[in-house]
Design a protein around this ligand. Structure first.
Ligand code: ATP
Length: 264
């Protein structure tokens, strides 16, 4: 359902400061895939998300969503089918608006084109959805979201995403700014929603254990490339030690290739 072909992003091209943040990336994401993405600082994880979401234009390459070429679509247009959650819990919700109004926006986005009456039943629907968060927010529909804790806001962002029904969800270290207890609550909620609604998801994390424990597929990025793509049984059998070992083997091999290229 998501097809990425020969995608590259080069900052300051042709200058001494040139940075190849994404290098010739090819990737296919199947419907219902839950992909975890790891990689060292500067590996290109956020840039990859920026290109997929349309936050930045690609230097070369194409992106297809459900066979539609979206490479030239602006970010606001892609937001209709690609949802993204950032590290900062304030970014996914409007803090100066009431909880109910935030939900209405997500609801309208998700129900676009459907003739569903937006009367009193809608509030019941919201309460029912909020109950799933198990945070007591169902009794705070009139409160401004700015009053909520980081964990509550991130959980709410997740719920709004589910309601708005995107084709793809990008989670960019969305629990990294939360305290351990809230991070664990939000991560549990994430996996529950992904499972219950069959959401196609890509999740960046710095935590190798998390990357191994969650999802059906794991990508490792380094220097703008996907250097490891593990799924199914192979992923289930991964350990942090095996992952580090694979990283060193791949990098050592590519270093040897570089040396071979340089030798006469
Ligand atoms: P981290 O885990 O530290 O967030 P990352 O894997 O998300 O790292 P990116 O943020 O995608 O890495 O950065 C990849 C490379 O591109 C880095 O060298 C970074 O400095 C560079 N880069 C990212 N955004 C820009 C930008 N807007 N302008 C110039 N260089 C950028």
């Amino acid at each position: 359902m998501i097809r990425i072909e020969k995608l590259s992003k080069v900052y300051y091209p042709g200058t001494v400061n040139e940075i190849v943040a994404i290098r010739d990336v090819d990737l296919r994401v199947a419907e219902g895939d839950f992909i975890t993405i790891i990689g060292s600082n500067g590996a290109g994880k956020t840039t990859l998300f920026n290109l997929i979401s349309g936050n930045q234009p690609a230097t070369t390459g194409r992106i297809f969503v459900n066979d539609r070429d979206v490479t030239s679509h602006a970010e606001y247009k892609r937001a209709a089918y690609i949802g993204r959650i950032f590290q900062d819990p304030r970014l996914g919700t409007a803090g100066r608006m009431a909880l109910e109004d935030n939900l209405i926006i997500a609801f309208k986005k998700g129900m676009k084109g459907l003739k569903i009456s937006l009367n009193g039943r809608r509030r019941d629907f919201f309460r029912e959805q909020l109950t799933k968060l198990e945070m007591g927010l169902e009794s705070r529909l009139k409160d401004n979201v700015g009053l909520f804790s980081g964990g509550q806001r991130q959980a709410l962002t997740l719920l709004m995403m589910v309601i708005s029904r995107p084709s793809l969800i990008l989670l960019d270290e969305h629990t990294a700014a939360l305290d351990p207890k809230n991070a664990s609550i939000v991560l549990d909620l994430t996996t529950r929603f992904i499972r219950e609604y069959g959401l196609t998801t890509m999740m960046v994390t710095h935590n190798m254990g998390q990357a191994i424990a969650y999802g059906n597929r794991l990508l490792m990025m380094d220097k703008g490339e996907i250097i490891l793509d593990v799924a199914g049984e192979e992923k289930k059998n991964l350990t942090v030690e095996k992952l580090i070992d694979k990283f060193h083997k791949i990098r050592h091999a590519s270093f040897e290739n570089d040396e071979a290229l340089l030798s006469p």
